[in-house]
Design a protein around this ligand. Structure first.
Ligand SMILES: [Zn+2]
Length: 228
């Protein structure tokens, strides 16, 4: 089931107020059209009736994909809520939730993302059958080997599943300040494949490195307070 509610929103360009219907949760199995809207950056988009401005309202949202047994929480990172605060708060509520659930119930995988771009990246990744922890491990090694050019404080690395080929995974650098997309980096799929096999044999090291629910090489590097 998808959940929406009506909220009174003020247009950022002209200040006109209007009631709009926004989604808090979407179930992509029962309402695939909402997923489509999300992928096309049309979900929770508001059109101002007065000045014609078009803007997106980012609220915490739950993406539920029962077929892939995954729940993704999108909690937007912004000036009011920092990455650190979101991660701390989310860990706390996840612990509380786990305590309430009987042990014999198998829970869906829970993931956390902090931006729409991360959410879309993760959806593509899941649907392509890629292993998120292995992909983040690949990003971690790209960052570590190119610290000057690909500084995690300045850039996000995003996997572009659509432009990846059978031989190469295609990553794009995104400026973390302006959100502009920049250089493309390619990574051999064979190397990804062998790492993925390592994961299947023994996932412990990957899970230690990226326990979740927020699985992000960049976040890990920023947390480690790297010396460049
Ligand atoms: Zn307006």
């Amino acid at each position: 089931m998808s959940i929406s509610r009506t909220i009174n929103i003020t247009c950022p360009s002209c200040g006109t107020q209007q009631d709009v219907r926004l989604y808090d949760a979407i179930n992509v199995e029962t309402e695939p059209e909402l997923k489509n809207a999300l992928m096309h950056n049309q979900l929770n988009r508001v059109h101002c009736a007065d000045c014609n401005a078009d803007f997106r309202v980012d609220l915490p949202m739950l993406y539920n994909d029962p077929k892939n047994n995954i729940l993704i929480h999108w909690i937007p990172e912004n000036e009011q809520s920092s990455r650190e605060a979101i991660l701390e708060e989310f860990d706390r509520s996840l612990e509380e939730m786990n305590e309430m659930v009987p042990e014999d119930i198998e829970l869906p995988q829970v993931r956390l993302v902090l931006s729409r771009v991360e959410l879309v990246e993760l959806i593509y990744l899941i649907e392509a059958g890629l292993n998120q922890r292995v992909v983040e491990y690949v990003k971690y090694s790209i960052y570590s080997r190119n610290m000057e050019k690909v500084d995690p404080r300045k850039y996000r690395l995003l996997l572009n599943v659509q432009d990846s080929t059978k031989d190469e995974l295609c990553f794009v650098m995104q400026d973390a300040g302006t959100n502009d997309l920049g250089s493309i980096l390619r990574y051999g799929r064979a190397a990804y494949q062998s790492m993925s096999e390592l994961y299947d044999e023994n996932p412990d090291e990957f899970i230690d490195m990226f326990p979740g629910p927020y699985i992000s090489a960049r976040s890990l590097l920023l947390e480690d307070d790297l010396d460049v």
